[in-house]
Design a protein around this ligand. Structure first.
Ligand SMILES: *Cc1c(COP(=O)(O)O)cnc(C)c1O
Length: 328
């Protein structure tokens, strides 16, 4: 975004201020749509935990996107933004049966991620079809904390427990209408996605009443200059073709779903702050700004890199500062 424009926004609304660039979100959304352009039925379910600002949700809706929610509060936020139950996927992990009862009443799409909950939910709501989240036993993701598809991860039902799934649904009468996976965040390698997809295709064959296959999110974007990103165009080509083949084998056209979070919004946000104090010590000069980890958690939480630029004095004499917030 243009620096003068950002500066004028800072002046108008004062700092600290979050600014989101809708154009960037729109272009990322279109990139995804084009990448999977050969797919007959594609659903892009924006994973709203990446950025749940209601104006962003409305923008996603206006583009024809759906949403992916991991708590009942996110589902309610989705309703407030105008999404219908069919446009909302509820894919939580480890929530209570009460929360799932609420989702059932709302009529949103439900994905279950454990055998015990599948049984409990099926006994209570035998007529409501559900999807199952599979753990494909694949290590993928930018760091260990955001890799959620490996064998030791808490997420999903192990790919080796499909017989148990069948035993449960034979008893409860539940229809499985989708299979789902999400293996991690910041996944660079297209081959890893393809490998995960093959695991899911194998499992999908075991269920006769599917409407959709959901391949999750995790597409990587560049965080700094020189960073590489997932080659989404290449992945789209491979997957569209493979999905089409699978549907022919399966005997019916299914819908292909993805749940991108970061891919859509990571490059759209700016946190505008102002320097409160300049404090030299023997090692460095601190520039203390009017924000902290209460507004931007990721550097403290993940050691995440966020680029910093001086936009009010871009041509001043360069000096090295340690930029710090007002907390830790
Ligand atoms: C967080 C999450 C996503 C999105 O992950 P990104 O790395 O932001 O694309 C997708 N699906 C589920 C179930 C998630 O929890």
């Amino acid at each position: 975004m243009n620096k003068d424009h950002l500066l004028s926004l800072a002046k108008k609304y004062s700092c600290p201020l979050y600014v989101y660039n809708a154009e960037k979100i729109i272009s990322q959304f279109k990139r995804l749509e084009n990448a999977f352009g050969d797919t007959k039925s594609l659903n892009i379910n924006y994973a709203i935990k990446a950025l749940s600002n209601i104006s962003i949700l409305k923008l996603i809706k206006s583009l024809g996107g759906n949403i992916d929610c991991v708590s009942i509060q996110e589902v309610q936020l989705g309703f407030q933004a105008g999404f219908t139950p069919h446009q909302i996927s509820f894919t939580p992990s480890g929530v209570s049966i009460n929360e799932l009862d609420k989702a059932a009443n709302f009529g949103v799409k439900i994905t279950l991620d454990s055998l015990s909950i599948l049984k409990e939910f099926g006994n209570k709501h035998p007529k409501i079809p559900v999807a199952i989240r599979i753990n494909p036993h694949i290590m993928a993701g930018g760091n260990k904390k955001i890799s959620v598809g490996h064998a030791a991860s808490k997420f999903g039902i192990s790919k080796n427990q499909i017989n148990e799934v069948k035993k449960i649904i034979d008893k409860t009468g539940t229809v499985i209408n989708g299979v789902h996976m999400h293996t991690g965040s910041d996944i660079l390698d297209v081959e890893v996605f393809v490998k995960g997809a093959e695991v899911l295709f194998n499992i999908a064959k075991e269920f006769n009443n599917l409407d959709y296959i959901d391949f999750g999110g995790g597409f990587k974007v560049a965080y700094k200059e020189g960073d590489t990103a997932t080659d989404i165009e290449r992945f789209g080509k491979i997957m569209s073709q493979r999905f089409d083949e699978f549907c022919k084998e399966y005997g019916r056209d299914l819908s292909m779903e993805f749940e991108p979070g970061k891919f859509l919004v990571s490059e759209c946000g700016y946190l505008l702050t102002q320097v409160n104090v300049v404090k030299p010590n023997t090692e460095t000069i601190f520039a203390g700004i009017d924000s902290g980890l209460n507004h931007l958690l990721r550097p403290m939480y993940y050691n995440a890199y966020h680029h910093i630029e001086n936009i009010s004095n871009p041509t001043g004499k360069e000096k090295e500062y340690t930029v710090v917030g007002y907390i830790c």
